[in-house]
Ligand binder design. Structure first.
Ligand SMILES: [Zn+2]
Ligand SMILES: [Zn+2]
Length: 143
């Protein structure tokens, strides 16, 4: 059972699906989506600049993707960045879900192999006479 609303611009009676919901006041906007888009497009048609909702920079309208003549809220660059970031995040989450054991085996593997030889070298150098030279690479210091 869908509610019927008469659009105050085109005066056509349409189901509420054809209207944008009014999030602030509840209910729906008095003009249908079609009229709303048309009105927005008319509003933007002679505008030269628009502030990007994401980076907050005033950019020429051509820097925005358009849909039905209405520019996106975020500039193309921000929009593309967001899409790319979401794709990366989705891949990362998918990888974690697919292989939950991978991360734990890696972290166990790393500490075993590397630190021991370094510690032995440091001890041998400390036994020598020059304690201050241990922090610097010897070749560069002499030249
Ligand atoms: Zn309408
Ligand atoms: Zn932007």
């Amino acid at each position: 059972m869908s509610e019927f609303i008469e659009c105050e611009i085109c005066l056509k009676t349409k189901t509420c699906d054809e209207f944008n919901p009014n999030k602030k006041e509840g209910g729906y906007y008095p003009n249908c989506k079609l009229c709303n888009t048309q009105r927005s497009a008319e509003f933007w048609v002679d505008k030269k600049f628009k502030e990007c909702i994401t980076c907050g920079v005033m950019l020429p309208i051509r820097k925005y993707e358009k849909q039905d003549g209405v520019p996106f809220a975020a500039c193309t660059k921000c929009f593309e960045t967001r899409v790319a970031e979401k794709a990366v995040e989705r891949k990362r989450l998918a990888a974690i879900k697919k292989a939950p054991t991978n991360a734990s085996t890696k972290s166990k593997f790393v500490p075993k192999s590397t630190p021991l030889p370094d510690v032995r070298r440091n001890v041998q150098q400390m036994d020598g006479t020059d304690k201050t030279s241990t922090s610097q690479p010897p070749k560069k210091a002499k030249f």
